[in-house]
Design a protein around this ligand. Structure first.
Ligand code: SAH
Length: 247
């Protein structure tokens, strides 16, 4: 018992402390909130079927959305909003994406159990956790050191052993671990970064919002053909925080 208390207090130092009222809420409360969130994602998936070409998202993707404890990835004062279908601030001007967008980006990456996936823009670590439920290995890169460090600690604490996070410039990708089966970018780039296309396997998908911070961005799926060329499909107008050029 004493050991458990010690672990709990150590955890509180490293993670957003969840206040008592929330800590007392049973896991079942959050489970019910997640189930409602999943139902909302399913409804939106049906509404956007013409644009996305998908009437419903893959069962495994939805199971991951129903499993990952999103309330552990948001600041303490926003825990009660964690399962609303909206983006939320996570500090330093950044946001955790809307659940529907996380599910859609994951779906478009077509994750399979044997895949190795790269994410650009770790932020809170939530998208990385969703991917980690679905694939063998996730690599994720964050530009802002405090966010990247916190996310890495949070993911480790939650038991995600198949995620490796590092602080760096996502425009360069992670050549040491390339090629990737898919790459998910969670910040908007002015154009498709060539290094990311280069680090994609033939047949792989790059899911990326493209456009400036001031205009409507488009969520794109860049499919790499066996001959190394690409086919680009516009999926939906979206709004993401910008992918900032690294130094
Ligand atoms: N995937 C995140 C949401 C991220 S918001 C989540 O699930 O919570 C986008 C993130 O991209 C921000 O944290 C921002 O700091 C980061 N970012 C911006 N430019 C970047 C770059 N060049 N390389 C890596 N990360 C970058």
């Amino acid at each position: 018992m004493r050991r458990r208390l010690l672990l709990a207090s150590l955890a509180a130092l490293a993670y957003f402390p969840v206040n008592d009222a929330h800590a007392q809420g049973s896991a079942g409360d959050f489970g019910a909130q997640r189930a409602r969130m999943v139902a909302e994602i399913e409804a939106l998936a049906r509404e956007t079927r013409v644009e996305t070409g998908r009437e419903r998202f893959n069962e495994r993707v939805m199971a991951a959305m129903a499993k990952v404890p999103r309330h552990r990835f948001v600041p303490p004062e926003l825990v009660r909003d964690a399962y609303r279908n909206s983006p939320l601030p996570i500090g330093r001007g950044q946001t955790i994406s809307q659940p529907y967008i996380v599910a859609l980006s994951t779906e478009l990456a077509e994750p399979r159990t044997e895949h190795v996936v790269l994410e650009i823009g770790t932020g809170s670590g939530y998208q990385a956790a969703v991917l980690a439920e679905l694939v063998r290995q996730v690599y994720t890169i964050e530009l802002l050191e405090p966010l990247g460090r916190e996310a890495a600690a949070r993911l480790a604490h939650l038991g995600y052993r198949n995620v490796e996070a590092r602080v760096g410039d996502g425009y360069q990708g992670w050549p040491e671990h390339a090629p990737f089966d898919s790459i998910v970018v969670t910040a908007a780039a002015p154009s498709i970064p060539p290094a990311l296309v280069a680090q994609l396997k033939p047949g792989g998908k790059l899911v990326i919002p493209v456009g400036s911070a001031w205009e409507i961005q488009q969520l794109l799926v860049v499919a790499k053909r066996p001959d190394g060329g690409t086919d680009i499909r516009k999926v939906l107008p979206v709004r993401f925080v910008p992918l900032v050029p690294g130094k």
